[in-house]
Design a protein around this ligand. Sequence first.
Ligand code: IMP
Length: 430
Amino acid sequence: MPAIAVVGAQWGDEGKGKVVDFLASDVDWVIRYQGGANAGHTIVVDGRKSVLHLVPSGILAPRARCGIAGGVVLDPIALLEEVAFLELLGIEVRGRLFIAPECHLVLPHHKALDRAGEAARGGGGIGTTGRGIGPAYEERAARRGVRAGETLDAARFRARAREAHAAGGRAVARLYEGPPAPDSEFEAFLAAADALAPFLADVGARARAALDAGERVLLEGAQGTLLDVDHGTYPFVTSSNTTAAAAAVSVGIAPWAIGSVVAVYKAYATRVGAGPFPTEIAGEEAERLVAAGAEFGATTGRRRRVGWFDAVAARFAARLNGATGIALTKLDVLDAWDRVLVCVAYEREGRRVDEYPSDAIALAACRPVFEEWVGWREPTGGARRLADLPPRARAFAERLVALVGVPLEILSVGSGREETFRTAPTRAMI
Ligand code: IMP
């Protein structure tokens, strides 16, 4: 049975958590493959909202086992807080959550470096989440990182971590004249790292065995395609590869073991942090969209920038990921609009541009060419099939999907679990 990857196909915050939660009732494993506690996956079940940062969204489906693969940078403090929160809700986590020993740990000095780096860039910053993601990946690439599996040898781990903490403090002072991470935070890190042992397991081996046994494995991405460190709007990106191919590397499975890729899109667009955003809108209309879509970061609480659906970027994201199906979310947010727009091409220096320029400077010079649709001005939240949608809402959704050129498989018209429904079977589940 081939694996299914679920990826964000815009700038993150597309509703991946909701889509993974929806699919998780039919799968055996949900494995998160990149990023760290910068992610915020919001899931609403029976009116109760949970925000997950590291634990895969599959944890809320009673049957699925969950893995955190080696490509994730793991903040043990954040992880344990999340485990405690889930246990408080009565969700069984121990014995169901497995963490790869290859995961690099996010140490307090990574967060200090992240924040000091952003402060030093002043107005020209990337607008990171401050969760230490970039510095943790930097140290991984520099081969100085400390990995989760090392915590099993407590004495050696403590020596290595102390050395990294001291060196990190010197780096913050040297590079940014900033203060080191407080020792109290480092002690909390050590205590949390000590508690990781029961979760450590060979996630890759388990995933390979599950695939061999014909079990269903879902690979959960974080952030979004346009924040991919290679293919996104560099340097306004995160520090990992967010695209579907990265899942195979992170987990340690064959690229061809991924049989389907569900690309998640919102019916409009948002972006947190800096960087080009061709369809961005401002003023009263933007405020309305922020309010209607509750567009505030699940991790940092920051107000998201908002704009119209960008079909040029969306097509690019579908091709990068090899999307086999689309999950379209938050169509209901546009219910009250008199007119809704979709960007069908760009214009740059008087010329029409149909291909997404992956260079951030070239993208910043692009202006959107919009197609305007009359709004449906009717609630869509009660729809449970495509046929239930107001005709104009359905036509708009189908137009977005046609512009991307990949079949629609899942549609979501609200934050509740029951407000997400299938429009066609997910390819690997047929
Ligand atoms: P970092 O991942 O914290 O280094 O932040 C780099 C960029 O990615 C910033 O623009 C962040 O706002 C953005 N970012 C990181 N994680 C997420 C996410 O989960 N959703 C949306 N944007 C994110």
